[in-house]
Design a protein around this ligand. Structure first.
Ligand SMILES: *Cc1c(COP(=O)(O)O)cnc(C)c1O
Length: 228
């Protein structure tokens, strides 16, 4: 199948899963994960209606963003961000989904401030406490959220997670549910943020059923990635 067909298939599945959770497909933001993907293929996706690209490397995103894109295309950082790239990242991204530490948040805040903007971010949670992944431990998020919310040039809009890989998406469901509950607990503490970025190609339907408002889908749109 081509990219246009893949995209419309993913959008239909998003719509169906949203309805199962009492919402509409338009309530869910699809991030087309375009890391390693050639710009020509991304343009096909944009022409077919994709409006948010997810990248995990600053340099790659910077080069791609400088090309010609339809109006309204936006760029989300979804990979681990090194502090020394925070300045460039603050300049090019419309959202940084992968804020995984307080020091990084401070760096983004400082550079966003210098650019006169408030950077929308999500706080990344390491749901499975995996050593191979960065992110806040679920138990530490309350103190971290207090500190990061106090920064003036960052707007915390919600939580993001990449749960441990599960062959069967049903096995990822408890992680999705736990992340949704964490978001609810933060809301009860007075945080007005509601975004939940969870779910990838093989499990986005389960994630939506558990409350995802943003899904990050690469392979199901663009096909298998080349390994770097
Ligand atoms: C690569 C990546 C995705 C997309 O994964 P697919 O399985 O190709 O859909 C989603 N989120 C993050 C953080 C990624 O790095």
């Amino acid at each position: 199948m081509g990219i246009r067909e893949n995209l419309s298939d993913v959008l239909e599945r998003i719509d169906a899963a949203a309805r199962r959770s009492g919402r509409k497909g338009s309530d869910i933001t699809l991030v087309a994960v375009s890391k390693t993907v050639e710009p020509a293929l991304m343009l096909e996706a944009a022409d077919a209606g994709a409006r948010v690209f997810g990248e995990n490397r600053v340099r790659e995103a910077e080069e791609k963003k400088a090309m010609q894109w339809p109006d309204g295309v936006s760029w989300h950082m979804i990979g681990h961000l090194q502090r020394n790239k925070a300045k460039t990242a603050a300049g090019i991204f419309d959202m940084i989904q992968s804020v995984d530490g307080i020091e990084l948040a401070r760096h983004i805040d400082r550079h966003a401030g210098a650019l006169g903007k408030a950077m929308p971010v999500l706080l990344e949670i390491n749901m499975g406490s995996e050593e191979s992944k960065t992110g806040f431990a679920p138990d530490n998020i309350f103190g971290a959220a207090d500190e990061i919310a106090a920064l003036g040039n960052i707007r915390v809009e919600g939580l993001m997670a990449i749960p441990p890989y599960c062959e069967n998406p049903e096995d990822a469901r408890p992680y999705f549910r736990r992340l949704a509950r964490l978001r609810d607990e933060l809301e009860q503490r007075g945080y007005g943020f509601g975004k939940l970025s969870m779910g990838m190609s093989h499990d986005f339907e389960a994630a939506i059923e558990e409350g995802a408002t943003i899904v990050r889908v690469g392979t199901a749109i663009f096909g298998e990635r080349n390994r770097r």
